[in-house]
Design a protein around this ligand. Sequence first.
Ligand code: ATP
Ligand code: MG
Ligand code: MG
Length: 554
Amino acid sequence: EKEKSLNFLEHIIEEDIRKGFPKKDLRFRFPPEPNGYLHIGHASSICLNFGLGEEYKAPVNLRFDDTNPEKEEQEYVDAIKKDVEWLGYEWDRECYASDYFQQLYDWAVALIKKGKAYVDSQASEAIAAQKGTPTRAGEDSPYRNRSVAENLDLFERMRKGEFRSGEHVLRAKIDMASSNMLMRDPIMYRILHRSHHRTGNDWPIYPMYDWTHGESDYIEQVSHSFCTLEFAMHRELYEWFLDNVYDREKVKPKQREFARRNLSHTIVSKRKLLKLVEEGVVSGWDDPRMPTISGLRRRGYTADSIRNFANTVGIAKRENLVDVSLLEFCIREDLNKKAPRVMAVLDPVKVIITNYPEGQEEWLDAENNPEDEAAGFRKVPFSREIYIEREDFREEANRKFFRLKLGGEVRLKNAYIIKAEDCVKDQEGNITEILCTYDELSKSGSGTEESMRKVKGTLHWVSVPHAIEAEVRIYDRLFTDPEPDGHKDKDFMDFINPDSLHVTRGYLEPSLKDAAPEERYQFQRLGYFCVDKESSADKPVFNKTVGLRDTWAK
Ligand code: ATP
Ligand code: MG
Ligand code: MG
């Protein structure tokens, strides 16, 4: 048996267990802020935390970090739950930081009583000006030495809603000379008269992230709280807050940091993705060009492919840029196993098989998936008039052109060998029809000598009278630069690809008549496609997920 190599976070957990931490007390959480839809970066964090839950048979909470009512909405909560479930994970408890507002308030009162927090009545600019610099100590606020009684009175009145937004804040009293700027009397509460999606107008004060996160971990008895590197400097404050409230009988959560995952040719930041939505660059959070979980789902990505991607990339201590071609490789690999093969023509030219009787049709056997025997066969109709791709025919071509040319033969997939005899053109010289003959004895699978005859090319095709017309949406990368967010002098909006969506009309074999949204197929020789949520029987719509090969390599 091959032993799985542990990542550095698993080493931390193993070390804790070795030192006596009870395995049964392990608990993890995934803590999204409901201020947008989850993106592929979040998938890393989800797979990490829920993956640890599976590995250690430990519960994992889904915790909404909902302390900023200016940006958070129920719509986002619902979308996040749907996405985590779709990825295939089950949380133990659904938690909300807002459920802890009273407990956090009570602990803040206790800190005031211990002389470890005070109400500052300066404007935010004055507070910022006193912060100092990493090499120069900050200055004390003139309110730093307010009496406990006065602090308690003011804080209680803040909570009652007696003051206007921004009039006072509650600050922890730590160290204005700390080399860690975050320890210089950080703000714990601000006044904000704003309705919250869960607590309504109950609270005119809201706790800040640092005060909330560790205490929420503690309330839920999370043992290991894994977050991204930008929180490394916050760890000292996380521990300071915990040390002031925790009961030594209970689990004290441990924060550790890993590197954020960035994906090339896109951006992973809810705030910036929101801008794309608001400015109409995309049709919504689930636009198939978006790196959101919902966008990838609509594009045709499977949950397996996203989990596989996250696990392949793994976690790291240092930030880096993962090439989007790896994500594309993961979906291609998964769909190769799972997606039924069908025939569709996206840029059609008509072929007339002159020796095939007019009005005749036959239904031929076609294998659904050569990678999966259990997938079986279906019937596809054949008739005198078919479509092939325009680029699969040339009047003249050299010997390396293995498709159809005048005087040459190709096999039609699942059907017969045809030979191009002539072609018809319009006044501008565009080919409108190709006239062919077929070899009646060459039917695929018929067992005749002619059916085994080797010809160089095999083309996909669709019978004209049976074809279903569909809208086919073909996507290109949303950004022209591998790192749209990585330029000092330019904004990511400067790199938007103006041609990221191309809408075309396709002709599909009739077995696709009842295809339902999110169903995925391989259009043979063209790529993987899925049914869009806007599709209907009258107006089918397909999205291209990814091509068959990495056309971006090099
Ligand atoms: P955004 O800037 O997109 O809003 P965020 O970190 O503020 O990202 P949260 O909702 O707070 O978003 O994230 C929930 C969890 O997912 C956090 O633990 C966060 O560290 C993690 N996470 C977010 N983005 C990434 C990423 N690109 N790679 C890995 N983990 C991430
Ligand atoms: Mg966050
Ligand atoms: Mg954020």
